[in-house]
Design a protein around this ligand. Structure first.
Ligand SMILES: [Zn+2]
Length: 248
């Protein structure tokens, strides 16, 4: 039978979000690609130590793939690693953050191309890979990713206004001590009168919300000296990120 256009191999770049064994010899990878979105593909023989596809089938790997459509799953026929992010796998903290970011990307629907999400993940993984091995440096990249991830999915929190009634929340730039009600469910800050509308609201320091806004606006993950996160702000951002992401 002549080969049809659908069975012709096609090239794509992609990041391996996760990888699991299939049978005794193969692996199934979940790949995030700028052209095809998230999709699953089989790397035949990748569990063999001598397989060319063994290194590329590891999570967090950025590679160029050549893929053919299979009956149920697509099949990787060739792959060339662009960045294996080798420092991530040797560091527990980096592995934990990279896994979390890949899990977030794994929540998007299949076959929905999003070039910006792909670029966001590439930048974050590359920065985590080369980050100095301090918890704060890696965490900064993770929080930057979270802020942009929420924004891309249309869930950026409303800051500076009340998410319930729209009233502007005025706080002097010199005021660094005020705390504000934040609703992960409603997706933003609440004014004093609307605060009781969400019994699960968080109380966040205004400095933490300012840090969140700077993370949202930063084109790249800020260096530690650019955005000094206090212990309190780190705690607030962790709460805010986890609850907001769980809420959508
Ligand atoms: Zn209000």
């Amino acid at each position: 039978m002549p080969r049809t256009a659908a069975s012709a191999p096609y090239p794509t770049r992609g990041v391996v979000l996760r990888s699991r064994p299939l049978g005794e010899k193969d692996r199934v990878m979940t790949i995030l690609s700028p052209e095809r979105g998230k999709f699953a593909a089989v790397a035949r023989g990748a569990r063999g130590p001598k397989s060319n596809l063994a290194p590329v089938s590891q999570a967090f790997t950025l590679a160029r793939f050549l893929i053919v459509h299979g009956r149920s799953l697509d099949i990787v026929t060739q792959a060339q690693i662009e960045n294996a992010h080798t420092h991530i796998a040797t560091d527990v903290l980096k592995t934990a953050w990279a896994s979390y970011l890949c899990e977030l990307c794994d929540t998007v629907p299949e076959h929905l191309p999003d070039e910006m999400l792909f670029e966001l993940l590439c930048v974050a993984l590359a920065r985590i890979d080369v980050a100095a091995e301090t918890a704060l440096a890696v965490e900064m990249v993770g929080r930057w990713f979270e802020a942009h991830f929420m924004d891309l999915l249309g869930h950026a929190p409303t800051l500076g206004r009340c998410v319930a009634c729209g009233e502007k929340i005025n706080i002097a730039a010199t005021d660094t001590t005020q705390r504000l009600a934040f609703s992960p469910v409603l997706g933003g800050t609440l004014c004093q009168s609307c605060g009781p509308r969400d019994p699960q609201r968080l109380s966040l320091a205004v400095q933490s919300l300012r840090a969140l806004r700077r993370l949202e606006r930063a084109v790249e993950p800020p260096a530690l000296e650019e955005l000094a996160l206090s212990t309190a702000a780190r705690h607030d951002l962790r709460q805010c990120g986890i609850y907001s992401i769980a809420a959508f």
